[in-house]
Structures are given as C-alpha cells and as structure tokens.
Design a protein around this ligand. Sequence first.
Ligand code: NAD
Length: 313
Amino acid sequence: MGRVLVTGAAGFIGSHTVEALIRKGAEVCGVDNLRTGHLSNLEEVGSSPQFRFEEADILDGGKLESIAKSFRPDAIVHLAALVSVQESMDDPDLNFRLNVEGSHRIGVLAKELSVRQIVFASSAATYGDTSDLPVVEETAKNSISPYGAAKYASEAIFQGYGRSYGFGACCFRYFNVYGPRQDPKSPYSGVISIFADRYRAGQSVTVFGDGGQTRDFIFVEDIADNNAATALKETPVTGSFNVCTGRPSTLLDIIRVFESHFPGAPRPVFQAARTGDIVHSYGTPAQIQMALGFEARFSIEEGLARLIGSLKE
Ligand SMILES: NC(=O)c1ccc[n+]([C@@H]2O[C@H](COP(=O)([O-])OP(=O)(O)OC[C@H]3O[C@@H](n4cnc5c(N)ncnc54)[C@H](O)[C@@H]3O)[C@@H](O)[C@H]2O)c1
C-alpha cells in the first residue's frame, strides 16, 4: 500500500498522522527525538504491526540515513520542527538548524532514497500579519518571525530539490490546528488547548482584547487525513497550499461552545489587547480543494466536541 517515514511522529500532529496512515493500510516508521513530543501520544499505534518507532534526531544524518535505508520509504511526511514562534525569536540559530538545515537534510535524504513524495508542514506564519483577507496562496509572504521565514525557505528547498531530483513536494500551510494531545503546558500553546485545560480544571480563561479576533481553526484529524492521503498518492504532487476551513471563528464563538459543554464555568476575564497580536487571520482552501479534493470535515462545534470528549474520558 505504501511505506511512509514520518518525522515528528510523537508530536501532536505527527501522532494523528501516523494513525491516519495506519488506517489507510500504510507501513509507517516514526522518527522523533522527543524534544516536544511524547511517547504516550503513540500509545494507540504502539502495538500495530504496521508501525515502528525510532528515537532519533533529524540532524543526526548518519543515524537517520541508516534508519531510512533499512525502512525504504516511498514517501516522507516531515513534521519535526522547532514549533514555537516565540522560541524562534529567542533562539534564531536553533530555529535555523531545526527548521532550515533540517529541511535540507530531509530533502537530501529524499534524493538518496528516491522517494516519490515529500509532505512538509509549513504554516500560515509564512504570511505574517496581513490585512489582505482571506489569505490566498499568492498573498505576500511577510513573515514576522524567524519561524515563519524558515517555513517559507523550507518550501523553496523542498520544491527546488523535488524538481532537481524528481520527487513531489507538497507544502501545507496549516492554519490554527487544534485537537486531542495538543500540549497545553507549553507557554506558547494554541489558545484552544489552553482554554480546554482551564475549562476542564474549572478555571476562568483570559481574553486579551474584546474577543472579536478571528482565527481559522482546523481540527487535527482533517490535517492528518490530508497528510496521509497526499503521502499515499500514486502520482507525485508539488505545490504550496493553505490547509484551513475558510470559516473564521472569533474567540467569543469558541468560548460559547466551551460554555455549552461546561455549564456553570467561571466567566472569562477580559484584559487589554496585547501589542503585536494579529487581530484577524483566516484563509481560503480553494486551491487545495481543486488540486487534492481536500475539504475540512469537522465544523468548529464538532471538533471542539471531540476535543472536550477526549478530555472527559
Ligand atoms: N500546531 C499548529 O497549529 C501548527 C500550525 C502550523 C504548522 N505546524 C507545524 O506542524 C508540525 C508539527 O507541529 P505540532 O503542533 O504537532 O508540534 P509538536 O511539538 O507536537 O510536534 C513536533 C515534533 O517534532 C519533534 N522534533 C523536534 N525537533 C526534532 C528533531 N531535531 N529531530 C526529531 N524530532 C524532532 C518533537 O519532539 C515533536 O514530537 C511542525 O512542523 C509545526 O511547525 C503546526
């Protein structure tokens, strides 16, 4: 059916991507150095004969090459990264090593192994702060962080190497991903994972500004299914695509859904807007719909219900 190497497999999106691949019948080798990921995320797939896990750093070329050569993947889903915008601001050297040099190494590995397809986790952070909404793929790339800049540079690396060496390179610009297993402990976590953690604990959430700020929140299973389907396509695909719902939600919308699941929860606390926070961000998925037939299956209400259900389990 297909053999897929997944980097960052023990992470939030990585573990869901591994599950989606296994559901589709693929053989999967997951690689992760557990920097921000957790082995517990892989509990569901741990016993599957279709899955093997290797603890390794993507920058450890020799080890990665020997793992990949023994597995012989047809495709690579590259998710391992420094994932925090704030950490990239604080440590641009580390951001460069993980998010640019790491991409180069995965690109070279793809050449060495003659893989058919690379799927790369890019980000809406490539666009930076734009008032040109909804964001389309051609919107100017005005990254406002080393993280966003590195993601955009990596798109060029994968697509340029892909054309040079004959593999497809799909770069997916994820918008705000949410769902079970997103780590709320990190100070840089997505707002929904922080809200979920606080509602579960019976604590109030803090809203900076009036709560009217919008985001294009996309449920992790939609992201994972698209990663898996693209990795398993028989014909290679190259391009950069928004992966979003096209349906923006405000923070107040999100709070309303949480309050319906946690009746009696304390009311949110409103504080002054933080300088530099992006007010509105949402995209259109028209191009990925046309090229790959992608459509987000989960509405925000359905996705939040799944997340909250997993917390209550
Ligand atoms: N979560 C989002 O909203 C979002 C949005 C846009 C893009 N992305 C991208 O999606 C990808 C996955 O992010 P996530 O949210 O699942 O974060 P995550 O931190 O849960 O996953 C990243 C994984 O990569 C691993 N990793 C980091 N450095 C590594 C290295 N040198 N070698 C091997 N493994 C390494 C970590 O241990 C972790 O398991 C990242 O590339 C991220 O930039 C995420």
